[in-house]
Design a protein around this ligand. Structure first.
Ligand code: PSV
Ligand code: MN
Length: 424
């Protein structure tokens, strides 16, 4: 399903007067409104192809219907999001869930919606039907060479698919680790994994990046072979300049200071990409900004500060991706909420008066530093984000228009109530 341009214009016309009032007020309160608007327009967040259907837990799955039945329908869904918010201009694919049968037509379809292909994701955390060797005891870390080779070959195959689609990066997340003490020789597991990653790295095209994603636990509950940012950084450093660490917000132990991790990775030039989500307990994969919005703001504060310190382009020098799951919400509505939360937080981080913050830090003025951060965090930037969207051709209120157009009902009619999208 698509939402016609005139529908968006009609919707915007109906909200324009009220929006104009709010925007004028918001813009008057910030120093460089035009500069911020430009950055917001440029900022794009990739949608994960595996999050377009209803997610589940091991206790059950409750689909809302109309899930995409193919890669093409997934692209259509992301195209719809992008038409509404103009900030979801990329899709991140997971292989083998989303193998492009005809890469050129898939690429053309995506281009029709103004979408690019962000990082490709490999999957050696599940056994696929017909797969020769099992990943039950890991993939790249495995004690058997033939299992490791199978995992390396899979990753290289994913790179080849990505090349056909115009992607420029590979994200490797390994579930490798152990469930019980004594099960694994940690050093051997690390060395095996490094050796495999080196082979994959060697197959990267010259202009590609490799993201090594870490995660503290799950599905292994005693040790994880890429368990934290230290281990990921170790791999990335040993691999070379095209290898980076990927931070997934849900992959830390409780109370981890993620913003500090981000600051140091950026300082080392080794932060490559982001998986946005939110969580209360573990890797909950909830809507971005729904549980700990202030933490997200502090992360964006470090991102903006750290990228500026290195002269990086906010929009293009890191891979911005959502990695979430939707158990009780319409996935598309949830994704609209997540993208909105990211943009709002980015805008707030752009508001921080850096000069005054540095002065407060240098003067050990703790109160002033806190006031500066919280002042930005408490600023209502919704009208700024809406204005950026309006200027980019999107809808002033994407969620309202999505509902007014009864998108989910149309999708159910078109695809059926019982369709199941590939993914988790
Ligand atoms: C693992 O929990 C993860 O965050 C990785 O990014 C996977 O690719 C993704 O979720 C989907 O399973
Ligand atoms: Mn992830």
């Amino acid at each position: 399903m698509q939402i016609e341009k005139y529908k968006i214009e009609e919707h915007n016309r109906s909200l324009l007067k009220e929006h104009g009032r709010r925007f004028e007020f918001a813009a008057a309160g910030v120093t460089d409104a035009e500069g911020i608007l430009g950055r917001l327009v440029d900022f794009q967040v990739a949608i994960p192809s595996w999050a377009l259907g209803t997610g589940g837990t091991r206790f059950g799955r409750f689909s809302g219907g109309g899930e995409p039945r193919s890669l093409e329908e997934k692209i259509e869904d992301v195209g719809l999001l992008h038409a509404l918010n103009r900030s979801s201009g990329a899709i991140s694919l997971h292989i083998p869930w989303d193998i492009p049968k005809q890469a050129s037509s898939v690429r053309a379809l995506a281009a029709q919606f103004g979408l690019k292909f962000d990082a490709m994701n490999s999957n050696t955390f599940q056994d696929q039907p017909g797969q020769e060797l099992s990943y039950k005891f890991g993939s790249l870390q495995h004690v058997r060479k033939d299992v490791r080779k199978q995992a390396v070959d899979h990753n290289i195959e994913v790179i080849r698919y990505g090349e056909e689609l115009g992607s420029k990066s590979l994200t490797v997340w390994l579930s490798d680790g152990s469930c019980f003490p004594g099960q694994l020789n940690f050093r051997q597991a690390f060395q095996n994994t490094l050796e495999g990653l080196k082979e994959i790295y060697a197959a990267l095209p010259a202009d590609w990046k490799m993201f090594v994603e870490y995660k503290a636990f799950e599905p292994n509950f005693y040790s994880t072979t890429v368990g934290d940012w230290g281990q990921s950084l170790l791999y990335a450093s040993k691999l070379g300049p095209k290898a980076y660490t990927l931070v997934d917000l849900g992959h830390h132990l409780p109370n981890a200071n993620i913003e500090q991790i981000v600051a140091l990775l950026l300082m080392e030039g080794k932060l490559g990409g982001f998986h946005f989500n939110d969580s209360k307990y573990g890797d909950d994969d909830l809507t971005v900004g729904s549980i700990k919005p202030y933490q997200l703001f502090l992360i964006f504060n470090e991102l903006v500060e750290g990228m500026d310190a290195r002269g990086m382009n906010h929009a293009t020098d890191l891979g911005w991706m959502i990695d979430a799951s939707h158990n009780v919400k319409d996935p598309l509505e949830d994704l609209l909420q997540s993208v909105e939360a990211i943009l709002l937080t980015y805008a707030q981080a752009l508001l921080i008066d850096r000069k005054r913050l540095v002065a407060a830090q240098q003067g050990n003025d703790v109160v002033a530093a806190q006031e500066l951060l919280q002042g930005a965090f408490r600023t209502d930037v919704r009208a700024l984000v809406a204005e950026a969207r309006l200027r980019a051709g999107g809808a002033l209120d994407p969620l309202a228009l999505y509902r007014a157009e009864r998108v989910r009902e149309h999708l159910i009619k078109e695809r059926g109530a019982g369709t199941v999208a590939t993914g988790l």
